[in-house]
Design a protein around this ligand. Sequence first.
Ligand code: BTN
Length: 243
Amino acid sequence: REIIYLDSVDSTNSYAKRLGEKDFIDGTVIIAEEQISGRGRLGRDWVSPKSKGIWMTILLKPDIKPEQASQVTLIAAVAVMKGIKGVCDTDIMIKWPNDLVHNGRKLCGILTELGAEIDRINYLCVGIGINANSDEKDFGDLNTATSIKIASGLQADRKKIIAEVLKSFENYYSLFLKNGNISFMLDEYKKASANVGKEVRVITKDGEFKAVAEDISSNGHLLVRRDGGRIEEITSGEVSVRG
Ligand code: BTN
């Protein structure tokens, strides 16, 4: 596998997108010690202090439909959780669609971006940001974040975590390509879910509402019900779901 290791970069996702526009090897991994303009979901910034975290992007060329891409994000969430747990004994849950949290604070975020035409994907970037050894001061006044070090009290071995995360991602991703959906890991996802069975606030660009998160569908959508009404399907695009 091709691994591109950078000391400093604007964003490993931006780097991957530039590669994606050209010829690239399926499965190329871009890792940086530092990101100057790390990006999060919904246009947010992602704090990426030098040598304190794992800032990496897996660049893929899957033969799937663009609407299946959000499933790869859920796969990444489960795989990354497994990978981290394989190395550190940290309690981690998944906040739909793809935040890994410890005691409600964010430990890892995933940003999936794609270059696609109407019915095919040219490239898919799975950007993974793991707060490994960040200290409280690295987060400034952001009080919703934590790191493996803060959570466990121990220095995290980034190399080991990267190896485990990539191993478990490859494993889940190849199962997904073989099966065409994520039903093989839904039970595992739901068991780790911090939302399913709970009341959530769904925030969209048109406003917000309260509902109960009841389930995850086999294509990775969140199924919610407000005021005992009918089930509504939430897709991960432009929404934020809070506890
Ligand atoms: C989020 O939770 O909002 C997603 C955060 C994703 C951060 C990672 S770090 C590596 C990759 N490069 C980026 O600029 N973002 C992702």
